[in-house]
Write a protein that binds this ligand. Structure first.
Ligand SMILES: Cc1cc2nc3c(=O)[nH]c(=O)nc-3n(C[C@H](O)[C@H](O)[C@H](O)COP(=O)(O)OP(=O)(O)OC[C@H]3O[C@@H](n4cnc5c(N)ncnc54)[C@H](O)[C@@H]3O)c2cc1C
Length: 407
């Protein structure tokens, strides 16, 4: 890594997220539209917000980011930035309606890991790619930057994924897993579908080719790799699965004896308290280790762990007794029984490890007559059903989604 740069660091608190938003907001208009594609390297990602670790875990919500930006810029001036924020919502909605794509990714990853155990050549090439030892200018730097800082610029993610798939010929699932283990914003929807998009599996037949001149231009000539694949033929894959309906919020009543469960997919439970929820107790569930069958970076685990504690502390006065931080659903089921809860209320978790853990918890609670209530955030409930086709169709809904938020 370039020794002159300071590594990007992410303090796992809502206050740090708010500070970052305050500093970035003035740049979310014309500056972002002109300069967002430049990747200037670690410690110099000044043209983008670097808010994704906070948005991913919702220490800060999309709603808050959009409101802050639109308080300073017109929707036209901030159009590009607003669209990017809605890409996250689009990917989440798309996967929510097609959970089989997440299951297929996990199966593809297991198959690729099995291959790596028997094919020494594959194992070596995969290890060289993850350790930044391919000799490809730029690529090796991004592998180190990812491991050291937990963040990569969007353009670097695209170049890296494209080189991984088309130049190195490695299974895309191993690359997606490498990202999920090291990104502070590692996200089942944005990551899986981002990799699929690069590989030509998402928008069928459309791939992303990393070109040396484009890399040189947008890294201000820090890198100019040689020997990149000259073409990006789309990978083969099954058709998209049939869509299931987007989820809707369940009917529920805040007056029952409730426990609050906080998890890493949504650490802003204010919308639950607005219903009159008054929990007798609060507990945290951490599922970071389930992002990958391999070991998740300790930095990422520590970030999420501290983010959960930050949220718990912020809501402590309204959450009843503190029942601690756990990574097993059995401990949560025991707590629910011991606290004589009628229901556990928790923010809806989209497709991914947390949703899988909550499904398990639901099954463990059912015999005891304890309900697991997962209300959707109105922002998600309005946006997700529009992720039926490509982003260009979804994008047409942005003005009405903003207007439903009073923006
Ligand atoms: C192969 C690949 C893998 C990716 N994996 C992840 C991931 O695991 N987690 C993740 O959060 N994002 C992922 N992205 C999307 C995107 O690269 C990051 O969200 C973005 O780089 C975060 O940096 P930022 O906050 O500075 O973005 P900004 O440019 O400041 O954008 C503002 C916000 O908009 C959203 N956003 C911007 N671009 C995208 C996008 N392409 N897709 C979805 N949301 C977007 C993010 O919430 C981001 O914080 C991936 C993209 C690719 C191509």
């Amino acid at each position: 890594m370039d020794g002159s740069a300071t590594p990007q660091s992410f303090e796992p608190t809502r206050n740090a997220a708010l500070d970052r938003l305050r500093v970035f907001a003035p740049k979310a208009g014309g500056d972002y539209a002109r300069l967002r594609n430049y990747d200037l390297g670690p410690g110099r990602h000044v043209h983008v917000s670097t808010l994704s670790p906070y948005l991913r875990h919702r220490l800060l919500t999309e709603d808050e980011v959009l409101r802050t930006v639109l308080a300073r810029h017109s929707p036209q001036a901030a159009e590009k930035f607003i669209q990017e924020v809605f890409w996250r919502s689009y990917w989440k909605g798309w996967l929510e309606m097609r959970p089989a794509v997440w299951t297929a990714y996990r199966e593809g990853l297991a198959a690729a890991l099995n291959r790596s155990r028997v094919e020494a050549g594959l194992r070596q090439r995969w290890s060289d790619a993850c350790n930044g030892q391919t000799g490809i200018d730029g690529f090796d730097h991004w592998a180190h930057e990812l491991i050291q800082t937990g963040y990569l610029h969007n353009h670097a993610r695209m170049w890296f994924a494209s080189i991984w798939v088309f130049t190195l010929g490695l299974p895309w699932e191993l690359g997606a897993d490498f990202f999920l283990r090291h990104l502070h914003d590692g996200d089942p929807a944005s990551n899986t579908l981002g990799w699929r998009w690069v590989a030509g599996l998402q928008t069928r037949g459309k791939t992303y080719l990393a070109r040396p001149d484009n890399i040189a231009r947008y890294t201000e000539r820090r890198f100019h790799p040689a020997g990149l694949a000259p073409a990006a033929p789309p990978l083969d894959g099954p058709d998209h699965p049939q869509r299931r309906p987007a989820p809707v919020s369940p009917p529920w009543t805040a007056s029952r004896r409730s426990g609050l469960l906080l998890h890493e997919d949504d650490l802003s439970p204010a919308y639950l308290f607005e219903t009159g929820l008054a929990p007798v107790s609060q507990i945290r569930l951490q599922t970071t280790s389930a992002r990958s069958p391999l070991a998740v970076s300790p930095q990422v685990t520590a970030f999420v762990s501290a983010a959960l504690e930050d949220a718990a502390t912020r809501w402590r006065d309204r959450s009843g007794e503190d029942a601690g931080h756990h990574d097993q659903v059995d401990a949560i089921a025991d707590w629910a029984r011991a606290s004589r809860l009628e229901q556990i209320v928790t923010p809806y978790a989209p497709v991914g490890p947390t949703a899988e853990a909550l499904d398990k918890l639901d099954a463990a609670l059912a015999p005891h007559g304890i309900a697991l209530i997962r209300p959707l955030r109105p922002y998600d409930e309005r946006a997700w059903p529009h992720a039926t086709h490509g982003f260009f169709r979804f994008k047409d809904q942005i003005p009405s989604l903003l207007s439903a938020m009073g923006l």
